[in-house]
Design a protein around this ligand. Sequence first.
Ligand SMILES: [Fe+2]
Length: 262
Amino acid sequence: MNTSSLSLSVSLETELYFHFRMPFWNIRENPKEQAHTFLFPQWPRRPKIVVISRGIFFEAAKSTDMEFELVKKFIMKKLKNELPKNLTYHSAEHIKDVYRSAKRLAKLEGVTGADLTLLLTAVLFHDSGFIKSQKEHERLSCEIAREYLPGYGYSEDQIERICGMINATKIPQTPHNRLEEIICDADLDYLGRDDFFRIGKGLYEELCMYGILNDVYEWNKLQVRFLEKHTYFTKTAKQLRKPKKDEYIKMVKDKLKEDKKK
Ligand SMILES: [Fe+2]
């Protein structure tokens, strides 16, 4: 594994208190353990902490390989704990669903190696912005990715590609390369799947909660407009999902006609 060293020297325990605002009782109790948790919460590897005669010295091996399994564990825990509980669509379940779809699409589209890792990382972060706000959540998701991914060995260039994928999922989707096409198709995979109505119900409830929609009639009108404008980008999604999606457009249109008669 390639590593680069990052060293931080801290003069005394008091400096931990005054400079880093680390609670003093923590330093007294177990400085090595507490300093790591407090100063490097997002680092996957524990920095080596050496106590020298009049202070503490931190030396950490910072990985330059992508630590995918560690970042997956970290972000899934963050999403489960910090996404607002009233999100009935953009929940941790949505991320797991898009993750499975992206993995399947990537396999069928022949994406492997580092590209697959970047794609799946983008999926894990793509709606994390909802932790902060629904508004401009893609930009906020990129902010979160930029904050944490360097600590897991992702380079600036890799993070830019990940943010490219996250931004491509903004509606209307605008993919510029194959990985961006795959994440876009995975994000809306359910539009052509058997669980379309179940997942759609969650989105309807979330939009009502935000005050964007008021009733099912408005929702069905929005669904038809959205489904007719939407297009899958990859050959695989076009083959696997488009036929069923077209059936759903017809079904929702019929429902709208029925409701109009009443
Ligand atoms: Fe999403």
